[in-house]
Design a protein around this ligand. Structure first.
Ligand code: SAM
Length: 242
């Protein structure tokens, strides 16, 4: 399949990815050849018999810096849209995941130590951060990015419904979900979900989604594009919960 999405990761710790990318939806998408994932060991590009990929920082100070050469050679070899995982990058969210899911070739670069020599930025298309905290390496962020991007690639999740109703897809949080049994420790499944009335269920879910967003992430409501119906529901929710 030539149109299949190819995601590559550059890392000093390839083994970290083995389990995560072999299980669940990502593992299944690989087996079904909808996506291809390749992990490249940056050390292979060291050009040094000791496989050295880091050195002390110019100007002094603590820690080591990843050398630009090995990362540059690995990027040239792999190709694709180059994403550097970095706490200095733009904050990752569902909209960024959706944008990335449209690229046929992605290359995620994981830093370690104090980061990579700044001159690598010439090879980088965008810097992405998974949040305002500092991790020891870009591997966990790369896993987060790959996991959320892969499930948005057409064909990976069978019914596109599954992600179109997820939190953030339409700028709102998801509604609550229930499954068997009907009664769990005295807590009953809401009657409407057992009614078989699809219109009532749709309206209940729309209300619950707005209620969750209002009570848990009010900030999202400022940016969400709401329909007339959603605006009316929100108005009644605000009267009740404000
Ligand atoms: N000195 C760097 C700074 O303050 O910007 C932090 C380096 S961090 C210890 C090592 C590597 O972990 C980074 O190069 C980056 O690849 C990755 N990393 C750490 N926190 C991250 C975050 N929040 N999002 C994405 N990548 C992160």
């Amino acid at each position: 399949m030539s149109a299949k999405t190819r995601i590559e990761v550059l890392t000093l710790f390839p083994k970290m990815f083995e389990c995560i990318f072999s299980e669940g939806i990502v593992g299944r998408a690989r087996k079904n050849k909808i996506i291809e994932i390749k992990i490249r060991d940056i050390r292979k590009y060291s050009g040094d018999k000791n496989r050295k990929v880091d050195d002390r920082p110019y100007g002094g100070g603590s820690g080591m810096v990843m050398k630009a050469g090995p990362v540059h050679r690995a990027i040239e070899d792999a190709g694709g849209r180059v994403i550097l995982l970095s706490p200095q990058g733009k904050q990752f969210n569902q909209a960024v995941a959706l944008a990335l899911s449209r690229y046929r070739r992605l290359l995620l670069v994981c830093g370690r130590y104090e980061g990579i020599d700044e001159r690598i930025m010439k090879d980088v298309d965008e810097e992405i951060s998974i949040g305002d905290y500092v991790l020891t390496g870009g591997e966990l962020p790369a896993m987060v990015v790959v996991d959320s991007v892969v499930r948005l690639i057409p064909g990976v999740i069978k019914e596109s419904e599954s992600f179109e109703k997820d939190s953030f897809f339409d700028g709102l949080l998801d509604y609550p979900h229930y499954t068997r049994p009907r009664n769990f420790r005295g807590m009953k499944v809401p009657d409407v979900l057992l009614s078989g009335n699809h219109e009532k269920i749709r309206l209940w879910r729309a209300r619950q989604s707005l209620k969750n967003t209002l009570l848990k992430r009010r900030d999202l409501l400022e940016r969400a594009k709401l329909s007339r119906e959603q605006k009316d529901i929100l108005l009644s929710l605000k009267k009740k919960y404000n």
